[in-house]
Design a protein around this ligand. Structure first.
Ligand SMILES: NC(=O)c1ccc[n+]([C@@H]2O[C@H](COP(=O)([O-])OP(=O)(O)OC[C@H]3O[C@@H](n4cnc5c(N)ncnc54)[C@H](OP(=O)(O)O)[C@@H]3O)[C@@H](O)[C@H]2O)c1
Length: 303
């Protein structure tokens, strides 16, 4: 009988890549998700269970017999009753349920440069969860990615979308802050490899290329064959522009916290890159597809 593992969000973005690799390696995969009725891209091979964050016993029952939990659950911003505080609380419930159910190992998706002192709730919440995992009975691999790129990505896709459609592209501030994107399937490979090990690991998961934000926008423009008509604006005005565009596309394009995180150089690592795929090569191979359609966070998680 094959070993049973659980992936949060197996029908979503990162979780789907992790799941594909686990299935290829012969694992039985179940998923915990907020959308258990979404079509299973794995032809019914992955059983879906609701998150049950409000019913720890039910969550524990779902996890019985699972050896490893691959956790991608998190929220991008506060929206209505969905908040970072709640996501921290929900993840702690998930950790307790995993412990009670006898799960051996957790592979947890964090973020580069999390900090308990961070003024940014995304980075602070991730740090708090890392602490909880280290204090738990679970053996753990904590992986800290930066921006993940791939076919279903939001950030890089929507930069390309704006470069294709808008008369100009706003660069917040000088645009000299850096980021080190990692290919989503490289991240999945690291996660699956880490799941099979037993020692406790905390490692950054970043790609081989580092860009300034302006350099990244110029690269995307070059690859998709559009002019980079860049306008530098102070962060506050950038956010106003983003709000206007958000209203036009019916989404939340960029939050103040995300902009602060980006401009604070938190999406780079001092560790050696663990991802191999170069964003520049991936853009070249996907130049006809990237940014052709807008990728909406709200459509993905709130509708
Ligand atoms: N995407 C990036 O560029 C990036 C960069 C750095 C770190 N990360 C981290 O990587 C992990 C996976 O990110 P992803 O972009 O691949 O996420 P995702 O697949 O869109 O979502 C991951 C999981 O979180 C749940 N979720 C997401 N937003 C939610 C919301 N607003 N309300 C309720 N549940 C929500 C999803 O629920 P469903 O199963 O219902 O879809 C899914 O189970 C996260 O921990 C994130 O912090 C992502």
């Amino acid at each position: 009988m094959s070993e049973r593992v659980a992936v949060t969000g197996a029908f979503g973005y990162t979780g789907k890549y992790i799941t594909r690799r686990l299935l290829e390696q012969g694992y039985e995969v179940i998923t915990l998700t907020g959308h258990p009725n979404r079509p299973d891209p794995f032809d019914g091979r992955v059983r879906a269970f609701p998150f049950h964050f409000d019913d720890e016993d039910a969550l524990t029952d779902t996890l019985r017999g699972v050896t490893a939990l691959y956790n991608t659950y998190w929220v991008r911003f506060n929206y209505g009753t969905t908040t970072f505080e709640r996501a921290v609380r929900n993840t702690k419930t998930l950790l307790r349920a995993a412990e009670t159910a006898g799960v051996r190992r957790i592979v947890h998706t964090s973020i580069t440069n999390p900090s308990l002192d961070s003024p940014l709730p995304y980075f602070r919440g991730k740090a708090e969860l890392e602490e909880s995992i280290r204090a738990s009975r679970l053996s753990y691999a904590i992986l800290r990615p930066t921006v993940l790129f791939g076919a279903e990505d939001i950030l890089i896709n929507n930069i390309a979308f704006l470069l294709r459609r808008a008369p100009f592209f706003v660069i917040p501030g000088k645009g000299d802050y850096r980021l080190q994107p990692i290919f989503v399937d490289d991240f999945a490979a690291l996660a699956v490899e880490a799941g099979a090990q037993s020692e406790n690991i905390t490692a950054d998961a970043v790609g081989p290329e580092t860009f300034t934000f302006e350099g990244l926008v110029r690269l995307i423009a070059e690859k998709i064959g559009r002019p980079a008509r860049l306008v530098h604006l102070p962060p506050r005005l950038t956010l106003w522009t983003a709000r206007l565009l958000s209203a036009l596309v019916g989404d939340v394009l960029l939050t103040r916290e995300e902009l602060d995180g980006l401009m604070s150089n938190l999406l780079v690592s001092s560790e050696p890159p663990r991802g191999k795929t170069r964003l520049s090569d991936w853009l070249e191979a996907n130049r006809e597809k990237v940014g052709v359609r807008y990728a909406s966070e709200l459509a993905r998680h709130y509708r």
